[in-house]
Ligand binder design. Structure first.
Ligand SMILES: Nc1ncnc2c1ncn2[C@@H]1O[C@H](COP(=O)(O)OP(=O)(O)O)[C@@H](O)[C@H]1O
Ligand SMILES: Nc1ccn([C@H]2C[C@H](O)[C@@H](COP(=O)(O)OP(=O)(O)O)O2)c(=O)n1
Length: 686
């Protein structure tokens, strides 16, 4: 996940490949509970790994279900052996459910009917989330539920129910409010088959008030059917669970990915030209047979020109009509995914109108106002009303503007506007606060970058300079602030020197070809936690000694060695960008880099810094030797014939002397980067 202040997306041109979407949260927890209540063992594929599913798995384990493995591992199914509709007598447990509404509500309903002695707890925020309407409905049946703190809110204590009164009023429907949260109805629908299994009569639930979020109830009903429970739906106002209903494991089940998350990749396939050798985008995890309402986004995307095919659990999208066709659509049936149509509208051949979207105004932010404001920044013409938005794309490529998109802590705004990076003007797009995507899709940008190709090679910031000038420190921090990848090219020379000495090869010119051949066989990993692995061994410390630096300097003078490491270094270039530090980043490796910085500092200052750095790392050091070594290294690095250390002609110089702090250097580089961005002026006005 990108946790940077902003994320600069370079202009994007093409897309291709396949993306595996994470399992939907609401389907994951429904499937877990149904598997737990069923007879038999259920193998669950593509379960989402999230806080909500973790607390649910822990709770099911505490209730005596067999859960293997106990944690969700990507690509590995989870197996649950259910309780077959009953818990042992006197079952008791204290269940901590964090802030997971998708665990608290359905588990409360199921346990209240199963009976036992349970305490349902969570984090403080959970104690502010109402559950009174569900508790009232369960009490009508004879369930025993007490509030442990505030009336109407968790934590709760659940006891042994008394269903005797049902004998006389058995057929009386249970009343539940439908206009507050559809989760209450979902909870009852999933729990009441426990009662229906032994009841002589069917059990009916009456919805009081207009039922909101019908698509979610649809998901519940579909999943119940897969677990053997066929609920009659009487016009979304009455639901009847037949007497003798019994949960039966389907054996194996796939958790669908979130269909609204799929909409960004459907739009991507419709907007982007196919990458060379690829044909469109394959989306895995959700298919045309999806039980989610938002799958109908597919119809809308087709109407705009996308070519979409699909099967169970997969979709394939390619660009069809281009430019896209402008549409006029009532979006009531796809409130969330419809936002993605607004992003597609930027590439349409006229004015697109999205109607019946008043609910956008009361979501994470006023989504109509937010969409309008940000699309206008890009140069689109936007009209908005209480319940509609009308978008006309910029008339010509030169009418597009580079924008820094404000995201209002709304994941969907961020994901929608990432698609603006395909603009025909070749402009980058800045997404502010990119971590807001965490709500539904923490790795959205990583998934996007894996599929797209930039219009020009990804940007590189080169930071060159002599030893201990601060390159590594400054480059690491600049990369962190921008969310860019990092290339510590010196580490590659250090690894080459280390590997050659360990192999007993003398570090001299007549051995250069042997060293180059050795380099080709090395397996090097730069782990995300900063460790460097050589053929599986952690060599992070071994390559940081002064001796390793000197050996690196020796092998780096050999043209064959430099050649052997050339492509290796260029392969670090990736989206959204790269910060590369070394000696020849700006002159040889990335001569086209849009920003080149050259750091310098006096030999004494650098020796001081290196001394302190080594001591802090627990390595021994001697000031006098350090200064001598450093001067020797300077001499070799600057005087060698192959790519000597020298500033690129277009490098910007920063005197990184003793009176300058790390933060000053970092701010200077960031400000140079900012000056090169087309939205610099607009950004400062925000
Ligand atoms: N202004 C500064 N810029 C960069 N590093 C600084 C600065 N002031 C002190 N330092 C310290 O100096 C050391 C620089 O070492 P490093 O970044 O490894 O240099 P290089 O990669 O150029 O060899 C670090 O320990 C860093 O904390
Ligand atoms: N791009 C590069 C990076 C490093 N080298 C060589 C020259 C340096 O003395 C060694 C070690 O580089 P490194 O950047 O790790 O060294 P310092 O941290 O600056 O002391 O490798 C190079 O020739 N070209």
């Amino acid at each position: 996940m990108f946790t940077t202040e902003f994320l600069d997306l370079p202009h994007l041109a093409r897309a291709g490949g396949s993306v595996q979407l994470p399992g939907s949260k609401s389907i994951s927890n429904r499937v877990l509970l149904l598997a737990a209540l069923s007879a038999g063992t259920t193998t669950i594929h593509d379960l989402l790994d999230s806080d909500d599913t973790r607390v649910m798995l822990d709770a099911l384990h505490a209730l005596g279900c067999t859960v293997t493995p106990r944690q969700v591992t990507p690509g590995q199914p989870v197996q649950i052996t259910g309780i077959d509709g009953a818990l042992p007598n006197n079952a008791r447990a204290q269940l901590f459910l964090g802030n997971a509404g998708t665990a608290m509500r359905p588990l409360t309903a199921a346990l209240a009917i199963l009976g036992g002695s349970f305490e349902m707890t969570g984090v403080p925020r959970m104690y502010e989330r109402p559950i009174g309407d569900l508790v009232d409905a369960l009490r009508q049946l004879g369930c025993q539920i007490d509030y442990l703190r505030d009336e109407g809110f968790p934590p709760l204590r659940i006891g042994q129910p008394d269903f005797r009164q049902l004998g006389s009023t058995g057929a009386a429907p249970i009343q539940v409010r439908g206009d507050v949260s559809s989760q209450f109805l979902t909870s009852l629908l999933m729990a009441l088959p426990l009662l229906a299994s032994t009841s002589p009569q069917a059990i009916a639930i009456d919805v009081v008030g207009e039922l909101i979020s019908k698509p979610y109830i649809h998901i519940t009903l579909e999943l119940l059917a897969r677990f053997g429970i066929r609920v009659e739906n009487h016009g979304w106002q009455r639901f009847v669970i037949p007497a003798g209903s019994r949960y039966q494991s389907p054996g194996s089940i796939h958790v669908e990915a979130d269909a609204s998350s799929a909409s960004y990749f459907i739009a991507l396939g419709a907007i982007a030209a196919s990458a060379e050798g690829q044909n469109g985008i394959k989306i895995e995890g959700v298919g045309l047979d999806s039980i989610q309402g938002d799958i109908r986004f597919v119809e809308a995307a087709r109407a705009m020109g996308a070519e979409i095919t699909g099967g169970p659990n997969w979709l394939h999208v390619a660009r069809g009509r281009w430019p896209l066709r402008a549409i006029d659509l009532d979006c009531n049936h796809i409130p969330d995914a419809a936002m993605t149509l607004a992003a597609m509208a930027l590439y349409a051949d006229g004015t697109t109108t999205l109607r019946n979207i008043a609910s956008w105004r009361v979501k994470e932010t006023d989504r109509i106002a937010a969409m309008a404001a940000e699309a206008r920044k890009l140069g689109a013409l936007v009209e908005e009303g209480a319940g509609f938005i009308r978008i006309t794309p910029p008339a010509a490529p030169e009418d597009w503007r580079a924008a820094s998109i404000h995201t209002y802590d709304d994941h969907r705004i961020a994901m929608c506007f990432s698609l603006a990076a395909f603009n025909p003007a070749g402009l980058p797009v800045r997404i502010q606060d990119p971590k807001c995507v965490a709500k539904t899709f923490p790795d959205y940008f990583e998934a996007l970058f894996a599929l797209v190709q930039p219009g020009a090679p990804a940007p590189v910031i080169c930071i060159d300079g002599p030893t201990a000038s601060g390159k590594g420190t400054v480059a690491t921090l600049v990369a962190q602030r921008l969310g860019f990848a990092l290339l510590d090219s010196g580490a590659l020379y250090r690894i080459a020197g280390l590997a050659a000495s360990r192999a007993g090869i003398a570090l001299q010119a007549d051995q250069a070809d042997r060293i180059a051949a050795l380099i080709a066989t090395l397996h090097i990993v730069f782990a995300p936690d900063q460790r460097v692995l050589l053929n599986g061994e952690d060599i992070s410390l071994a390559i940081r000694t002064e001796e390793a630096g000197m050996n690196a300097s020796r092998v780096s003078a050999f043209p064959a060695v430099r050649q052997a490491l050339l492509q290796w270094q260029r392969d670090f270039r990736r989206l959204p960008g790269l910060v590369a530090d070394g000696r020849d980043m700006g002159t040889v490796i990335f001569p086209d880099a849009p920003l080149k910085v050259f750091l310098s500092a006096s030999a004494e200052c650098r020796a001081q810094r290196r001394f302190k750095q080594l001591i802090d790392k627990g390595l021994s050091a001697n000031m006098h030797d350090l200064l001598a070594d450093l001067q020797a290294r300077d001499a070799r690095d600057t005087q060698r014939s192959a790519s000597p250390l020298q500033p690129a002609e277009d490098a910007l110089h920063w005197d990184n002397n003793a009176e300058r702090t790390v933060e000053q250097a970092v701010q200077q580089v960031l400000s140079w980067w900012q000056q090169r961005q087309p939205f610099a002026a607009e950004e400062s006005a925000v």
